[in-house]
Unconditional design. Structure first.
Length: 109
């Protein structure tokens, strides 16, 4: 499972909904069911964004589906960021293969 951070900004409609019911975002997130997606936490923040949500998802496609549904239903603009734990940055990874086999040419001399 991959972890993602969703940075959310309320639209004018979302602001009206939040003013009328401060728990509306939690309710909307609870109504969205995308397989392999689980919300880990929702936080109100000060600054450029209004809310930050931590989510785990089984694939980028599942995360994209969740993000689209949340944006439409909660009336928020979302920036979705994949998260890599800092401890994994020190792990050595194999160089990715590009799928091209290189063969040596036989020496004809």
């Amino acid at each position: 499972m991959a972890t993602y951070i969703l940075l959310m900004t309320l639209t004018p409609e979302g602001q009206a909904m939040a003013l009328a019911d401060p728990d509306y975002l939690l309710q909307v997130e609870g109504e969205i069911h995308v397989p392999t997606v689980q919300t880990l936490g929702v936080y109100a923040v000060l600054g450029e964004y209004d809310f930050v949500t931590m989510v785990e998802a089984g694939s980028n496609e599942a995360m994209a589906r969740f993000s689209i549904e949340l944006g439409v239903k909660a009336r928020v603009h979302i920036t979705t960021l994949p998260v890599v734990p800092a401890a994994r940055l020190s792990e050595e990874e194999e160089t990715p293969s590009i799928g091209v086999a290189i063969q040596e040419r036989p020496n004809l001399t």
